[in-house]
Design a protein around this ligand. Structure first.
Ligand code: FAD
Ligand code: NAI
Length: 465
């Protein structure tokens, strides 16, 4: 095979693309991955999951040291914020991760084609003036970009997307966040912990619209207790950056009296849109749906023979682990195997304090579908480990089918909810009943015992409540 001919060409080296490329190479396919960024890892590793978690972790430590350790009998004096030091921790974390992917490419003999890929036809892509062909298929994994908001021009200094919000300096005195979703609450939490007064403006009448209603209500209360302010059912109609700050115009979501507000930094976090610009999809005959997402069937096949798509650029939750699962599945399909993703068991986690985690259906979804279900709840106030950790906020809620007892959804609000949800996702993957979880021995004392107790509560027999 010549240097310009591969079995598989993957476009984009984010969690979807790099995982697809590695899995394809593991299966013996000659694989190239095209990436236009200077480093591998996509949005997630460069300007998404990883840097935001580095700052969430660091800001939580700062807040703990500055105010929360006294509750454990630990007196800390002279706590000071070293913002450049915190940013250095973030940069070091990103660097180690993106270099890790480069190492994995070398280890698995994946060729990194550096530059922007554009289709010439369904089997040929051009990168930096050279045409490359793929005999088995091309996988589009080009990810997503922040959704722009008309009238709110981003300059990544005063009016920022998540990318600018990862690198603010100094800490703004006031920050207005547009959108009470994943990014708004995570990045809002970071800057609030570092001293900013944060106001979240949300179009809908609740934050975290995709999450279970009970969880989102309780979460708003807890964030409110931390000082975060909320303006629900409100829309931002314009923002103008000046030298001294930003003037923002708001009005009720359904229209009404406008009002003006002064702030120092505005974060626009109203969702993300698929990234297909520059791909020349028409040349390959790849169709997009009404929302600009590449249309695929159950096997990730686009409208063009031999072209596949995965990750944020297709429908479904815009989450790194969803993209990764699709990456594995599409590579296995390209190798002639039966790759598959179970979309009913994809967890979602908001890494605030406390964390919010869910897998499966929400109560609202079950009600809308007319599914008869039973509910088991267990609060962390009744969990010994949570008390020892001073982390008694929140609860576990398990929703199980009323007839079969099969777990349909799990919702956790609490410390380390994102880690705890893994056992629930596995239970759902195995088609477990609430009784299966209830009869599984959980180590004591752990936060996970609250999952077991919630499962017992589905049948009305929790022990510790
Ligand atoms: P991406 O990661 O976006 O990668 C696509 C890559 O394709 C990019 O590197 C881009 O440069 C490249 N590309 C695009 N077009 C071309 C082209 N024509 N030629 C060559 N290369 C091209 N998800 C989680 O699960 N957990 C989290 O904690 C989390 N935190 C996040 C925090 C933030 C601030 C943001 C913005 C997102 C976060 N996400 C998180 C979402 C997560 O980043 C995405 O779901 C994930 O990155 C999608 O992976 P992907 O491979 O589809 O695309
Ligand atoms: P989001 O979809 O999570 O939240 C956007 C919020 O903005 C919603 O609550 C929506 O109702 C609101 N909104 C929309 N238009 C608005 C308007 N004009 N005015 C006010 N509010 C408006 O999107 P977000 O936070 O931008 O994140 C994008 C995606 O990135 C997430 O959906 C998620 O898939 C991914 N992500 C995942 C993380 C994680 O897994 N922990 C962390 C960060 C991002």
């Amino acid at each position: 095979m010549s240097d310009t001919q591969f079995d598989v060409i993957v476009i984009g080296a984010g969690p979807g693309g790099y995982v697809a490329a590695i899995r394809a190479a593991q299966l013996g396919l000659k694989t190239a991955c095209v990436e236009s960024r200077a480093t591998l890892g996509g949005t997630c590793l460069n300007v998404g999951c990883i840097p935001s978690k580095a700052l969430l972790q660091a800001s939580e430590k700062y807040e703990e040291a500055a105010g929360h350790l006294a509750a454990y009998g630990v007196q800390v004096k002279g706590v000071a914020l070293d913002l450049p030091g915190m940013m250095a921790h973030k940069d070091k974390t990103v660097d180690a991760n993106v270099k890790g992917v480069e190492f994995l490419f070398k280890k698995n003999k994946v060729t990194w084609l550096k530059g922007e890929a554009a289709f010439t036809d369904a089997r040929t892509v051009t990168v930096a003036g050279t045409a490359y062909t793929a005999t088995r298929g091309v996988v589009i994994a080009t990810g997503s970009d922040s959704t722009p908001l008309p009238g709110v021009p981003v300059d990544e200094a005063r009016i920022v997307t998540s990318t600018g919000a990862l690198a603010l300096d100094p800490v703004p005195k006031r920050m207005l966040v547009i959108g009470g979703g994943y990014i708004g609450l995570e990045m809002g939490s970071v800057w609030q912990r570092l001293g900013a007064e944060v106001t979240v403006v949300e179009f809908l009448d609740r934050i975290l619209p995709g999450m279970d209603g009970e969880v989102s209500k309780q979460m708003q209360r807890l964030l409110g207790r931390q000082g975060m302010r909320f303006r629900l059912s409100t829309k931002v109609t314009g923002a103008k950056a000046t030298k001294s700050g930003v003037t923002v115009t708001l009005e009720p979501a359904q229209g009404g009296e406008p009002e003006t507000l002064k702030t120092d930094v505005v974060l626009v976090a109203i969702g993300r849109v698929p990234h297909t610009a520059g791909l020349n999809l028409e040349a390959a005959g790849v169709a997009v749906d009404g929302r600009g997402r590449i249309a695929i069937d159950d096997h990730f096949r686009t409208s063009a023979d031999g072209v596949y798509a995965i990750g944020d650029v297709v429908a479904g939750p815009m989450l790194a682990h969803k993209a990764e699962e699709e990456g594995v599945a599409v590579a296995e399909i390209l190798a002639g195997q039966a790759g598959h993703v179970n979309y009913d068991a994809i967890p979602g986690v908001v890494y605030t304090a406390p964390e919010v985690a869910q897998v499966g259906r929400t109560e609202e979804e079950l009600k809308a579908a007319g599914t008869a279900y039973k509910t088991g709840r267990f609060p962390f106030t009744a969990n010994g480990r949570a008390r020892a950790m001073n982390a008694t906020d929140g609860f576990v809620k398990i929703l199980a089918d009323a007839k079969t007892d099969r777990v349909l959804g799990v919702h956790i609000l609490g410390a380390e909810a994102g880690t705890m949800i893994a056992e629930c996702a596995m239970a759902m993957e195995f088609g477990a009943s609430a009784e299966d979880i209830a009869r599984t021995c959980h180590a004591h004392p752990t936060l996970n015992e609250a999952v077991k107790e919630a499962a017992l509560a589905v049948d009305g027999r929790p022990i510790h409540m």
